[in-house]
Design a binder for this molecule. Structure first.
Ligand SMILES: *[C@@H]1O[C@H](CO)[C@@H](O)[C@H](O)[C@H]1NC(C)=O
Ligand SMILES: *[C@@H]1O[C@H](CO)[C@@H](O)[C@H](O)[C@H]1NC(C)=O
Ligand SMILES: *[C@@H]1O[C@H](CO)[C@@H](O)[C@H](O)[C@H]1NC(C)=O
Ligand SMILES: *[C@@H]1O[C@H](CO)[C@@H](O)[C@H](O)[C@H]1NC(C)=O
Ligand SMILES: *[C@@H]1O[C@H](CO)[C@@H](O)[C@H](O)[C@H]1NC(C)=O
Ligand SMILES: *[C@@H]1O[C@H](CO)[C@@H](O)[C@H](O)[C@H]1NC(C)=O
Ligand SMILES: *[C@@H]1O[C@H](CO)[C@@H](O)[C@H](O)[C@H]1NC(C)=O
Ligand SMILES: *[C@@H]1O[C@H](CO)[C@@H](O)[C@H](O)[C@H]1NC(C)=O
Ligand SMILES: *[C@@H]1O[C@H](CO)[C@@H](O)[C@H](O)[C@H]1NC(C)=O
Ligand SMILES: *[C@@H]1O[C@H](CO)[C@@H](O)[C@H](O)[C@H]1NC(C)=O
Length: 878
């Protein structure tokens, strides 16, 4: 009697025989037939493989994606919307070297059977829907040199078996769901050139200590992957490294000391956002290739020495801001031949700005605010013709401003505020591009230079807290200032009236001898121009503006107000208003303080409620500007959204943007968000309002998905993004922000927002492509909130602290009736309708995307509920 063991042995033996047989048989099959067999298991909705056919006369070497040498050597079927099954039959092509199926929709485990392809050296499955673990048998792919499994849904540990893939030159496992630690077999990859394990958030691993054996390694990418512990010192053996990215992990300890002298070819070295500390290694810049050194926002402390930067001859960007560096800022850095950007703000650097800065002929931007630099401002600085930003506030700068300090023809931002500079402000002759000049809180004396009035784009002028005397020059009336601050000086005489009219922000207090409108002193010969005169003028201006607004409304749909270029904090502001909103960016920003802010900052920024001078309220959403869209694109995208006219979608009134921020201006809704209402804990809305809200949201989404052109996805459906007016009509907000931020920035913002995870459809983990079904899922969660009265996310950590989806699924599964999940506050007369809504909600939150109804189906179903007929029973399966 055969034991089960022998039985299975003989089974696998016969399997092997069978396999061998198929492979042998293969040589009998023609190449076109092999391709057709391969095609037969593949879904090709766009018919990209139409040339693959036994009826055409085209030679199979000319079929889409096929390359032959004498026989077929490579199949490149990238980005063709393919799905289905990757058939092992392809291995009958005995000379197949490259198989690239990247950027498709293959939804299956890693196709191990491809290890039968005896010549295969490149396998690229990047950006598919590959799932499951990496089996130990991956070791069977002995011939592979390039393995790319990035951007899939591969999970589990990296098995020791990979250690046998000793020919690998590229191993890319980035952007998956791997966990555990990197096995200690890395040392076997002696041919490896690129190692990418980045973006695997569930990894918990040290950087393997035998990393130093990979002598051919050029790129090591481990960012955002849960690496902890120290950077192994053996890394200094890797002399060929060009790109090192360890950012956003949990690395600790000090940087290996010989790091600088080893990496001669380095171009990028990023260890930002870890917990590294200690002193800065000597010789960081001895590598001749380094062009960018970014160490910002760590907890680095320590000293940078001249010798550590001795050879940074190619260095273009140096970013050390927001760390704890101390000691003298190395003199050499100021005069590197290629340096463009020096950022070292918010450290404790001391030292001086040397006159030799004049040699840095490429220097564009310097930010050294908030350090302890005690220095005169050298004449050499004015000789750098490429400089457009110099900001050195909050230091110990002293002495006089050299007369050429603003001679760079491109200079636009100067900030010397909060220093100890003395003497007079020199006349500014050259810097016609100057937008912002801040000399506040120094010891300047003398007069405000008249030549400031000749700077055509100067918009932000802060000379406050000095010892300036004399009159405010009439020439300043030429300027279109957004901010004028001369408070707390010793100025005298009349304030030029045109300067004040229409100025968004004016600060002139603390000058006892100034006179004129708006001040307690009226000027000696100030004939009949009391305060009211000014407000009349202002009113006249405003109604003019209003008239102009209405006129342009009549002529075209959009009112564009390309605002005067204004500079606030960090840049130029541009605005486009679709409605006449009379507020300057400056006032807007001033109004957006803590008091005005509503709710916590979500994934995409905070919302502020701002009261316009006209007493209307607007809502302003402030988002970071990731700058991956041009202004033109941005404008087009916002316009696309602003043109939406639907009663369930919040209107966009305009937007402003600078280099750093984007403000989206929305109409303001009185009752706030549905989410806030539910989260308050005593959600009391009656059934008819709940149903009305549900139908409204569904109509809004259906409109976006099907009726509006271009079709849009909301992409962040949650109750916090449903606003209510006085009558509880719902309006969707924050929709399609991906179009405004750009896809990448949207994704990364979304990914870092763990706050509202429960609205996220489960497939988002592996399918990065947004779909209508994902919106439907989020909507289903809102329905669950409406029907249960529970907030989507658990509010405390009691035993019931699961999100509403899990809570409902559990209760519905274990109980004998779904009735008990209904909000007890609902009257029993509407129980039947509530159960109907629950069913719809369960369908919408179905785990399988294809089981979810479309939004127009949902609208119909909800309206049907509302018509009070008995609800037909739907299938309750989730
Ligand atoms: C072409 O292929 C189809 C199916 O793949 C097959 O049924 C047919 O017999 C083939 N025709 C020829 C001429 O080989
Ligand atoms: C492929 O097509 C090109 C022209 O389209 C032709 O010149 C060439 O001979 C074809 N190759 C084969 C192997 O049929
Ligand atoms: C893939 O499919 C989408 C829609 O399903 C389509 O927009 C896109 O153009 C297709 N891509 C290719 C390369 O066919
Ligand atoms: C795999 O394909 C992707 C998408 O085209 C590409 O970016 C990547 O470099 C390829 N990987 C390898 C190892 O060639
Ligand atoms: C490394 O390669 C050798 C063969 O050279 C092999 O015997 C060994 O098992 C490999 N190590 C690991 C950990 O896979
Ligand atoms: C980083 O490590 C510290 C100390 O080991 C730990 O407390 C912290 O949770 C870790 N952070 C992350 C993001 O893993
Ligand atoms: C750097 O070298 C310069 C001379 O080239 C010297 O004046 C300066 O003190 C040195 N600074 C540091 C921090 O060593
Ligand atoms: C200045 O830098 C220190 C850290 O060195 C930081 O704590 C402080 O908040 C900064 N001050 C300002 C005004 O940014
Ligand atoms: C301003 O200058 C006057 C003399 O010009 C001097 O007496 C006074 O102390 C200065 N005030 C400050 C605050 O520096
Ligand atoms: C100038 O620097 C001060 C202090 O760092 C800062 O508060 C101010 O906003 C800066 N001004 C501009 C226009 O950037």
């Amino acid at each position: 009697m055969a034991s089960p063991c022998t039985l299975s042995l003989s089974l696998s033996l016969s399997l092997i025989i069978l396999l061998t047989f198929t492979i042998n048989a293969s040589s009998l099959t023609s190449e076109p037939d092999i391709l057709l067999t391969f095609k037969s298991t593949i879904d090709d909705p766009m018919n990209h493989l139409s040339s693959w056919s036994n009826t055409t006369t085209t030679h199979h070497c000319n079929w889409t994606g096929v390359t032959c040498t004498t026989t077929i050597s490579s199949l490149i079927l990238q980005n063709l919307n393919l799905s289905g099954e990757i058939s092992p039959s392809i291995c009958q092509l005995s000379n197949l070297i490259t198989l690239n199926l990247a950027d498709n929709f293959f939804n299956q485990p890693i196709p191990l059977h491809l290890s039968q392809c005896s010549s295969l050296n490149t396998l690229n499955l990047s950006n598919n829907l590959i799932w499951g673990t990496i089996p130990d048998q991956i070791s069977q792919f002995k011939s592979l040199k390039f393995l790319d499994l990035s951007k899939n849904h591969v999970e589990g540990k990296i098995p020791d078996g990979v250690g046998l893939l000793q020919n690998l030159q590229v191993l890319n496992l980035g952007n998956n769901l791997l966990s555990g630690s990197v096995p200690n077999v890395i040392g076997n990859f002696t041919e490896l050139v690129v190692l990418d394990v980045s973006l695997n958030p569930f990894m918990q691993s040290e950087i393997p200590s035998d990393i130093g054996k990979l002598l051919k390694l050029e790129q090591i990418l481990l960012q955002r992957s849960g690496f902890y512990g120290e950077i192994p010192t053996s890394i200094v053996e890797l002399k060929g490294l060009t790109i090192v990215d360890f950012s956003q992990n949990n690395l600790t300890g000090v940087l290996p000391s010989r790091i600088g002298s080893s990496f001669k070819k380095l171009t990028t070295f990023d260890v930002s956002q870890n917990n590294l500390f200690g002193s800065f290694p000597n010789g960081i810049c001895e590598s001749t290739g380094l062009t960018s050194l970014s160490l910002h926002t760590n907890n680095f402390e320590g000293i940078l020495t001249n010798s550590s930067v001795a050879n940074c001859l190619n260095l273009e960007r140096l970013e050390l801001q927001n760390n704890g560096f101390h000691g003298d800022f190395p003199n050499n850095l100021w005069s590197l031949p290629k340096i463009k950007v020096i950022r070292a703000e918010n450290n404790r650097f001391s030292g001086q700005i040397p006159d030799s800065v004049s040699v840095a002929s490429q220097l564009e931007q310097v930010q050294i605010d908030n350090n302890s630099i005690i220095s005169k401002i050298p004449h050499g600085l004015g000789l750098v013709r490429s400089l457009y930003r110099f900001s050195a506030s909050l230091n110990g700068l002293y002495g006089e401003l050299p007369p050429n300090f603003c001679d760079s023809p491109v200079m636009s931002i100067i900030n010397f505020s909060h220093n100890y500079i003395t003497g007079e402000i020199p006349e500014l002759k050259e810097c016609k591009k100057l937008v912002s000049l801040s000399l506040a809180d120094n010891n300047f004396i003398g007069r405000i230079p008249k030549s400031l009035g000749d700077l055509p784009v100067l918009t932000y002028l802060d000379l406050s807290h000095n010892n300036l005397t004399g009159e405010i020059p009439l020439e300043l009336e030429n300027l279109k200032l957004a901010l004028f601050n001369v408070s707390f000086n010793r100025l005298s005489g009349r304030v030029p009236s045109l300067l004040i009219a229409g100025l968004p922000a004016l600060y002139i207090q603390g000058n006892p001898d100034l006179c004129g409108p708006g001040l307690s002193n009226s000027c000696p010969k100030d004939d009949l121009k009391p305060r009211t005169g000014v407000s009349k003028l202002a009113c006249a201006l405003i109604s003019l503006a209003l008239l102009a607004g209405i006129l342009s409304l009549a002529f075209g749909f959009f009112v564009f107000r390309r605002s005067s270029i204004q500079n606030l904090e960090t840049g130029i502001w541009r605005s486009v208003f679709f409605y006449p909103i009379r507020i300057s960016e400056q006032d807007l920003i001033m109004a957006m303080d803590e008091k005005a802010s509503r709710g916590s900052s979500g994934a995409f920024g905070r919302v502020y409620i701002v009261n316009l001078p006209s007493n209307e309220l607007i809502a302003v959403k402030k988002m970071p500007n990731f700058r991956n869209q041009s202004f033109k694109t941005l404008k087009t995208e916002v316009k696309t959204l602003a043109k939406i006219r639907h009663k369930n979608i919040v209107r966009i009134l305009g937007f402003c943007h600078s280099d750093d921020s984007i403000f989206l201006i929305y109409e303001c809704m009185e009752k706030g968000s549905l989410g806030d209402l539910i989260n308050k804990g005593d959600f009391q809305l009656s059934w008819s309002f709940r149903l009305k809200i549900a139908i409204g949201i569904a109509q809004g989404l259906a409109y976006l998905h099907k009726d509006y052109v271009p079709h849009l996805l909301h992409r962040d459906v949650k109750s916090k993004n449903v606003l209510l007016d006085m009558e509880f009509n719902p309006k969707l907000t924050d929709l399609a922000l991906d179009r405004i931020l750009g896809e990448t920035a949207f994704q990364s913002s979304y990914d870092t927002n763990l706050g509202s995870l429960c609205y996220t459809a489960p497939e988002l983990g592996y399918n990065k492509k947004a779909t209508e079904q994902m919106d439907t899922y989020g909507f289903g969660v809102i329905l669950l909130e409406l029907v249960t009265g529970r907030a989507a996310e658990p509010m405390d950590s009691s035993e019931d602290s699961v999100d509403v989806v899990k809570w409902v699924r559990r209760k519905v599964n274990i109980s004998n009736g779904p009735g008990q999940v209904l909000d007890p506050k609902l009257s029993s007369s509407c129980k039947q309708e509530a159960l109907g809504m629950l069913e719809i909600a369960l369908h919408c939150t179905s785990v399988m995307p294809e089981k979810r109804p479309s939004m127009s189906e949902v609208v119909a179903a909800l309206q049907f509920l509302g018509s009070k007929t008995r609800v037909p029973s739907l299938d309750m399966s989730v």
